[in-house]
Design a protein around this ligand. Structure first.
Ligand code: ZN
Length: 156
């Protein structure tokens, strides 16, 4: 866990998290109210982008399609079960407006894993909707090394 520019960086190694780290993360989370998740030291979420991109509650965060009232849902960018494993009950800005279809497909996946799935589906179907989701995910996820935390964003 590292701190820079008022942001908290949390290293997330999927499904293998140590409990001692969890308690330190929790206490800092409470003070800061903000967190950057890093997956295996490489994966960051651009929370500024999340806030901006989820402002319009009528449009799906991922596919950008206008949602019918009965198709409106909310997605947890970092899945609740992942947060629960850390004992985190509330992560600011983590809930985004999401259409029923995207929510079904993303389910409990982390954003980077969802991106892999979407790439596959785009390849298989050529559906323009997946193209749109991919654009969102490419802006959402960025990578950095330990040396340039908080530095230049590289979109992969
Ligand atoms: Zn959608």
């Amino acid at each position: 866990m590292e701190e820079k520019d008022g942001w908290l960086y949390v290293t997330v190694t999927k499904w293998v998290w140590d409990k001692a780290n969890l308690h330190r993360i929790l206490s800092t989370l409470k003070e800061q109210g903000v967190v950057h998740f890093r997956d295996r030291g490489y994966f960051n979420i651009d929370w500024d982008f999340v806030i901006e991109h989820s402002r319009n509650k009528e449009v799906c965060f991922f596919c950008r399609l206008l949602m019918l009232p009965n198709k409106k849902t909310k997605d947890h960018l970092i899945p609740s079960m992942v947060l629960k494993a850390y004992g985190i009950s509330n992560l600011p800005n983590n809930k985004v407006p999401c259409c029923y279809d995207c929510n079904q497909e993303k389910a409990y996946l982390m954003p980077d894993v969802f991106r892999r799935l979407v790439r596959l589906k785009l390849h298989e179907t050529g559906d323009r909707r997946y193209e749109e989701i991919l654009i969102t995910l490419n802006r959402l996820i960025y990578y950095g090394t330990n040396e340039d935390i908080g530095g230049g964003k590289e979109v992969h």
